[in-house]
Ligand binder design. Structure first.
Ligand code: SF4
Ligand code: SF4
Length: 531
């Protein structure tokens, strides 16, 4: 951020005139002069919600015309830094700056009274600054909420083709290979495709989407994978629709499969842990050998063809220390468009393993972000996505439509079979008659209620409109079916979100960040989470 400091005075080209810099040392701060990265914890008790939407100033008897009024018009949060300052964050205005306690107090008084403290702000510069960020007198804040009701009408289908897998990863959430292998029939796939195609036609949409996902490795059930996509194309063509197709994969596949994927899919999410030593320790073949050479071969083929794919890195506790080296290995060897890094999920075969949802993970992620930046890349952690305002973490709150091998309808990528312990919470439909599905609306409506605006625990969290309540499956495994009470991921999410806010401020010139409210079209669908 050194360059930011120099550009602060000379060329911001933004709101604050040079004269305002006089007050900066005592009012607000250039981010490049603070040491907030790697700072102290921002657990809930440290955070304070300092504003509410649509605050109406109280009338002050006898003061009409004698005072300056201003309306705090943003939902505001303060986030303490480790050097006694505060990030003031207005998520729905996509605005933030770093302030001292006096400025926070000034805003609190303004919110409570609606009257500008002219002793504290004699020239009105501070109030004008807040006004330019839409924190004051900014009008109504659009809330990034989309809601669903009635029977679902999906236009995208995810097919859990099989629970069989050609690998035996130590940390597999599905414990693939340890459970009876199930395979989807082509008829099950066809029914789902017919359903989403009819919905797309009725809604007047241009295309349907088909995604192949786990439980096991989709490419293991190759015949139904290829024939179902061919069928989707035929159906879509008859209805004047296009088809977009994606898959998750472990990347262990033969040449003809690689060619087919390049020619037929629009994108791929490949599980690959970076350094061969890291990958091969956990991602093993059925014969117990490392699989990195085969995955790297696939990635090179994709790169040669210019095929778009993302890499998903799973970090176990023992691999935290080598995360930076793994990211360097990925960035220096492969052209992945997106690199997602997540702590390993303590589920399936990894149920009893040491947690990697730790301070060590946060520190390693921060170091890895800097490595990725050397290559012009960024890293993605699913719950930290400042700027992507949404009330949905993933598809389960927005009628995600995924089919188990026997045709049941699940909302969750990790609940891919009716005998999963959490199937009662996520399976909300089943095939009926010769076509279509019957839906269990109480189950579906409970899933819809997991959107963040319904979560009491999340209501005071500064990350709520980007994290959007995190993974419900994780919540159920941590909290049971009771009220959500947070998880270790909350701390990771807040720390990494805080980093992103500071990076936004630094990238905007160092003093403040302000992109303005998003219209509904900018609301994230949460589809970036391909767990
Ligand atoms: S789940 Fe996300 S939004 Fe909710 S409290 Fe945790 S970090 Fe905040
Ligand atoms: S993010 Fe969580 S709730 Fe959403 S699909 Fe994935 S595992 Fe299921």
């Amino acid at each position: 951020m050194a360059g930011v400091s120099e550009s602060r005075v000379s060329g911001r080209g933004c709101y604050a005139p040079e004269t305002m810099l006089v007050g900066i040392d005592t009012w607000w701060y250039d981010v490049s002069s603070t040491r907030t990265l790697g700072g102290s914890c921002t657990q809930m008790p440290d955070m304070e919600l300092i504003g509410n939407q649509h605050f109406v100033p109280k009338p002050v008897p006898g003061a009409v015309g004698a005072v300056k009024r201003a309306n705090v018009s943003a939902e505001l949060f303060t986030i303490p830094t480790d050097d006694g300052k505060f990030i003031v964050y207005a998520p729905l205005r996509r605005a933030a700056f770093v302030a001292n306690g006096a400025l926070v107090d000034f805003i609190v008084r303004l919110r409570e009274t609606g009257i500008v403290d002219e002793v504290a702000d004699p020239g009105g510069l501070v109030t004008d600054f807040l006004r330019n960020l839409e924190i004051v007198d900014g009008g109504e804040e659009p809330r990034p909420i989309t809601e669903f009701s009635g029977d679902p009408e999906p236009t995208a289908v995810t097919l859990f083709l099989t629970t069989a897998c050609n690998l035996r990863c130590t940390y597999c959430y599905a414990a693939a290979g340890d459970t009876p292998a199930r395979f989807m029939s082509l008829d099950v796939a066809k029914r789902g495709i017919d359903f989403v195609a009819a919905n797309a036609r009725r809604k007047g949409l241009p295309e349907i989407e088909i995604t192949y996902h786990g439980g096991g490795e989709p490419t293991v059930h190759w015949k139904v994978m290829t024939e179902s996509l061919q069928y989707a194309r035929e159906v879509a063509s008859r209805l004047g629709l296009g088809v977009k197709a994606y898959s998750a994969t472990n990347g262990v596949m033969n040449d003809s499969q690689i060619c087919w994927i390049i020619q037929n899919l629009n994108g791929l999410s490949v599980s690959f842990d970076g350094l061969p030593s890291a990958h091969d320790k956990h991602r093993l073949t059925v014969l117990g050998q490392g699989s990195s050479a085969q995955v790297e071969r696939s990635l090179r083929r994709f790169d040669e063809a210019g095929f778009p794919y993302g890499i998903r890195v799973t970090v176990t506790a023992d691999q935290i220390a080598s995360l930076s080296d793994s990211i360097r290995h990925i960035c220096s060897n492969f052209n992945a468009q997106r690199v997602q890094v997540e702590p390993a999920y303590q589920l399936g075969r990894w149920d009893d393993a040491a947690s990697s949802e730790t301070e060590g993970f946060i520190a390693a992620f921060r170091a890895a972000v800097l490595v990725a930046a050397e290559y012009g890349r960024s890293l993605f952690y699913s719950a930290a996505r400042v700027g992507a305002l949404t009330n949905h973490f993933c598809g389960i709150t927005q009628d995600s439509f995924a089919l188990s091998p026997d045709g049941g309808v699940s909302a969750c990528y990790e609940v891919f079979s009716g005998d999963n312990p959490l199937s009662a919470s996520f399976f909300y439909g089943r095939p009926t008659g010769f076509a279509g599905y019957e839906f269990n609306l109480p189950v579906l409506n409970n899933l819809r209620r997991q959107a963040v605006q319904h979560r009491a625990f999340c209501s005071g969290c500064f990350a709520k409109w980007s994290c959007a309540g995190d993974c419900y499956h994780k919540s159920l495994t941590v909290n049971g079916s009771g009220e959500f009470a947070g998880s270790d991921r909350c701390h990771i999410t807040r720390e990494l979100t805080k980093d992103q806010i500071l990076a936004k401020i630094a990238g905007s010139g160092g003093l403040f960040w302000h992109e303005g409210a998003l219209g509904q079209s900018g609301v994230s669908a949460g589809k970036e989470v391909l767990s």
